[in-house]
Write a protein that binds this ligand. Structure first.
Ligand code: ATP
Length: 320
């Protein structure tokens, strides 16, 4: 593409993405609601800011020169079924985002990748340990609750809604982010963070029914021996996704896990896109710095892959 631009919408990890495009000398465009415009303008990282009344207007704009970078708010604001059918060019796999948004497909991919997932119970009557109840379609863990036993599920669950029942893992929530590069044929371990959620992470537990509302992310460096199983899991994840989706999955993805007291790792979720936890990795995470020998944050890594693919005439292979 001759007049290549990188675009995203004004939320989540937009500053990360835009500053990465700037560092790699790629023109950027930010799609923004009017009330956020002055906030984003003051950072001076977007070459162009286009204001919209609704993000759905993006479907009607000419974005043929723009490679969009999806992030958590991007997929929350733009319905995935419309996104898949639209002409919007995404860096990465739209199919992977589709699979991520469907709990059944997501489980299938995680099982095919042989990720160590927490035990799932088909029926509440089989529950024999503390569990977490996850309502389908809930965002950010809204309405999830922890139950010690069957009685508590019976008492608290809204049986008119669909939910999954998962073993509750006591441990540390570690989110490990990778970058899948097809230019270099490698799965780069990029960085790790811990998610801080209220009320579940509050030290004073006066609340009987704690919530899982994310407040922010904290950088973490893992015990080095733990990096090896995560790398293996990530490579298995890429292989499973490529075979099930029948396409490549370029770009960032995250394995969302809990490590228990015996150092067992349980992966309860994945994200097939940049995650907000990478915002703590600007200008680098320890791992991305060692890997690249220079400051490398996720927005920059994305922009660099796009730039190099464009120079080599391979960009079409990395977008969907
Ligand atoms: P998001 O939109 O943030 O990805 P979500 O709706 O997909 O959220 P999850 O990420 O699955 O929800 O879970 C939200 C939170 O619930 C996690 O961050 C974690 O604190 C907790 N959680 C999820 N599964 C488990 C589990 N098996 N054991 C213990 N805690 C869990």
């Amino acid at each position: 593409m001759k007049n290549l631009k990188i675009g995203t919408i004004a939320s989540h990890s937009a500053l990360n993405i835009l500053s990465g495009a700037k560092a790699e000398g790629i023109t950027s465009v930010l799609y923004c609601k009017a009330d956020r415009e002055s906030f984003y303008r003051q950072w001076n990282v977007a070459d162009e800011i286009i204001t919209l009344d609704s993000y759905a207007e993006l479907f009607d704009l000419d974005t043929s020169e723009v490679i969009m970078i999806p992030h958590g708010s991007f997929v929350a604001y733009l319905p995935i079924d419309r996104l898949v059918k639209s002409d919007i060019k995404l860096f990465g796999s739209k199919k992977l985002l589709e699979w991520e948004s469907d709990r059944k497909l997501k489980d299938q991919l995680m099982k095919t990748a042989k990720l160590p997932v927490p035990k799932e119970f088909d029926s509440w009557e089989d529950v024999d340990r503390p569990v977490i109840i996850k309502y389908y379609g809930a965002e950010g863990g809204k309405g999830y609750f922890v139950a010690q036993n069957r009685d508590e599920i019976k008492q608290k669950a809204d049986f008119s809604r669909k939910f999954s029942i998962q073993e509750y893992i006591v441990g540390t929530k570690v989110y490990v982010t990778f970058f899948q590069s097809y230019l270099y044929e490698r799965t780069e371990l990029f960085g790790a963070d811990i998610r801080y959620e209220t009320d579940i992470d509050a030290k004073l537990r006066f609340t009987a029914d704690p919530t899982f509302t994310i407040v922010g992310n904290i950088p973490v460096v893992l015990r080095e021996s733990l990096l090896i199983p995560y790398q293996k899991m990530a490579e298995n994840f890429v292989a499973a996704a490529e075979s099930l989706l029948n396409e490549r999955i370029p770009g960032p993805f995250c394995l969302e896990s809990i490590i228990d007291r015996n150092l067992n790792i349980y992966v309860f979720e994945f994200s097939g896109r940049i995650v907000a936890g990478t915002n703590v990795m600007i200008p680098s995470s320890p791992y991305s710095y060692i890997f690249h020998g220079e400051h490398m944050w996720m927005g920059r890594r994305i922009a660099r892959e796009i730039k190099q693919a464009n120079e080599r005439g391979l960009l079409e292979e990395l977008i969907s």
